[in-house]
Design a protein around this ligand. Structure first.
Ligand code: UDP
Length: 381
């Protein structure tokens, strides 16, 4: 009845399903455990009519023309350059730390001297990861590195990961480098913005194809089981097609080697009956508070409203308890090795493919995920 089963309807699953249906004429069944599509990109109007991201802020940005064109078939964009500030004492300073931040922190005169040094060392426009900046020998650059490390990275990273910046994969803090320019935008990409009518509306269009059937509130475990010779059984009958799985891989095997560690988040939403809470889409709390950041949605989406909804993010270690959601893989040597043990088990499964942040134990952005999903779907014949 179906040619391919896709488990999960987030960016990975939805994009793969569309390409399979549209380009390959495959009949695709998408199984989604949640009551809605879109995975953690899902957005909806809250009780006050404000469009919120239920699973934390997601902002699209890319330099990948193909992905941009592909997604643009399913949405128009509210194009804006996302900016973030960090609350440091009484100040709000631009993040990533850049030449504007330098001026604010050190004052005009001192900043001019330091700027020259930074530009001479790295070049105008350079993006320097904090852990690289800390390796510099020059005492003045070291002092800047210490400031940035202490006021932007250390406490935020301790909250987010339960570990220091130097203890986690360097690519993670490298996502938010020190930027040698006057650009206050959080991302350096050519295209950035939000789907004009929201992510959910975009996902609805992606999945709206005569060859795609979506079943929400359907746990794959309840309809799929493992049969003989690595084949799956769909409702008891042997299923001969490909299976794309976008969930945590350890759960496929009852966590037999132990749980794969992920970071989770608790989101506390608050509505206010006045138009403006913080004047910024995102304020990072890099030295104080238990939450990492506060997002004010109307600044992300451009929505006009008399009231405003914000969300505070409280990170914690995922335990697998009912209702918890794994958001971030904690990539390090030990965890990656554990992941590889589970991934190796899937090699015995027939025509089975791991795709996505959870299934691949990776830190994908939306654009990279879409690119990977398109590539996988095209490679399946
Ligand atoms: N980070 C930080 N302070 C900040 C912003 C980021 O320490 O003000 C570090 C932190 O470790 C975080 C990582 O950089 O997890 C990546 O940040 P990003 O904003 O890309 O995280 P995401 O939005 O994906 O949660």
């Amino acid at each position: 009845m179906y040619d391919v089963i896709v488990i999960g309807s987030g960016i990975a699953g939805s994009v793969a399903a569309r390409v399979l249906a549209e380009e390959q004429g495959k009949k695709v069944l998408v199984l989604e455990k949640k009551e809605h599509i879109g995975g953690n990109c899902y957005d909806e109007k809250d009780d006050h009519g404000i469009l919120i991201h239920k699973y934390g802020p997601h902002i699209f940005h890319t330099n990948d023309e193909e992905v941009y064109e592909w997604l643009s078939r399913f949405t128009d964009w509210y194009a804006f350059g996302h900016e973030v500030v960090a609350r440091v004492g009484e100040q709000l300073i631009p993040v990533p730390f850049n030449l504007n931040t330098l001026k604010q922190v050190y004052g005009e005169e001192k900043a001019a001297v330091l700027q020259k040094k930074l530009v001479d060392t790295f070049g105008m426009g350079a993006r320097v990861p904090i852990l690289k900046l800390r390796e510099q020998k020059d005492p003045e650059i070291q002092a800047i590195a210490d400031y940035v490390y202490e006021n932007i990275f250390l406490h935020y990273t301790m909250k987010q990961w339960g570990q220091k910046p130097e203890e986690i994969d360097p690519a993670v803090t490298g996502r938010v480098p020190v930027v040698i320019s006057y650009d206050n935008r959080y991302f350096g990409d050519k295209y950035q913005g939000m789907p004009l009518k929201g992510f959910t509306a975009m996902f609805e269009k992606i999945l709206s194809h005569p060859l795609i059937t979506v079943k929400t509130k359907t746990d794959a475990k309840d309809v799929l089981s493992m049969g003989q010779e690595g084949k799956f059984l769909l409702e008891g009958k042997v299923f001969d097609g490909a299976v794309i799985y976008t969930g945590p891989v350890d759960e496929l095997f009852d966590c037999r080697f132990g749980r794969l560690p992920y970071r989770s988040l608790r989101f506390d939403f608050e509505y206010y009956d006045f138009p403006d809470y913080q004047g910024h889409s995102v304020v990072n709390y890099t030295v104080s508070e238990e939450y990492t950041r506060i997002t004010e949605f109307k600044y992300l989406t451009g929505q006009k409203a008399d009231g405003t909804t914000i969300v505070k993010e409280y990170p914690f270690a995922y335990t697998g308890a009912e209702g918890e959601i794994p958001y971030y893989a904690i990539m390090n040597e030990k965890n990656n090795a554990l992941y590889q043990k589970y991934a190796a088990l899937t090699e015995q499964l027939s025509d089975f493919h791991l795709l996505g942040r959870l299934a691949e134990y990776k830190y994908y952005n939306i654009d990279a995920m879409a690119a990977k999903a398109i590539a996988l779907a095209r490679a399946l014949s």
